[in-house]
Design a binder for this molecule. Structure first.
Ligand SMILES: [Zn+2]
Length: 245
């Protein structure tokens, strides 16, 4: 089957993903998606004693049709990003599994109606340990999730036949203009790929995208809704799994 047949009636797919559950995602990202009838995936970190109180508002986002995903409680990154020890280089496979399962238990309590779940690797890092003891925790994630999102090379996306669903590529869009995001989605979906964009803040202070540029991308996706399938990560992963079977 060629890619045209695979995606029919679309030519490719795009998932919009948002990490860390920031306040400006609630204020700026979600309303603009809802206005246009687009659904996205939001990766949350239900850490701390106050996790339920802090994240309760996301339950409404999920009920409105968006997807919630697991981004761990601790958001442990590489020591090299955290500028301190105690990061991924210093923890074990078991530490990571405990974190992921605690997170999953909490998110299921937050959004009991959601059936399928995906994971986003904090800081796009897929390993634990260092040097000779360094190993991938992708197999652990593959055991517990339908799909998972990592980083990737700029300008590339996921081929529906060859991508590893447990380690999907995404493009980090911080500081991009609307034109750049549109160009990437246009070109990669034309080639029959599944493009996953990773957002953090909208009009924020960290890894941000401007709301004008964000709205420009959403307007484009709305105009192209008959050609580009825009859906949360597990919906598109589900289609790929069905076809592979
Ligand atoms: Zn994150």
């Amino acid at each position: 089957m060629n890619l045209r047949e695979f995606w029919y009636p679309f030519r490719g797919a795009c998932s919009l993903t948002f990490d860390d559950g920031t306040e400006n995602q609630l204020l700026k990202a979600v309303p603009r998606l809802d206005e246009r009838g687009l659904a996205a995936t939001f990766y949350l970190n239900p850490g701390g004693r106050d996790w339920y109180k802090r994240l309760q508002v996301w339950e409404h986002v999920a009920v409105a049709g968006h997807e919630i995903g697991n981004h761990t409680c601790s958001h442990t990154c590489s020591n090299n990003i955290q500028n301190r020890s105690g990061g991924l280089e210093d923890i074990t496979f078991e530490d990571m599994e405990t974190d992921i399962l605690t997170t999953q238990d909490r998110l299921r309590r937050l959004v009991p109606h959601q059936k399928n779940w995906s994971f986003a690797y904090p800081c796009y890092c897929t390993f634990v340990g260092k040097g000779e003891r360094r190993k991938s925790y992708v197999p652990l994630v593959a055991r517990h999730f339908l799909a998972a999102r990592a980083g990737g090379e700029y300008g590339f996306a996921n081929h529906p036949y060859y991508a590893d669903l447990a380690c999907l590529w995404s493009i980090a869009v911080e500081r991009m203009s609307g034109y750049e995001m549109i160009g990437l989605v246009e070109e990669l979906t034309f080639r029959g790929m599944w493009v996953i964009l990773t957002f953090h803040e909208i009009d924020g202070e960290r890894l941000t995208v401007g709301s004008y540029d964000y709205a420009m991308l959403l307007d484009y996706l709305q105009r192209k809704s008959e050609e580009i399938w825009v859906a949360p990560v597990t919906q598109i992963a589900g289609k790929i799994i069905d076809q592979q079977n």
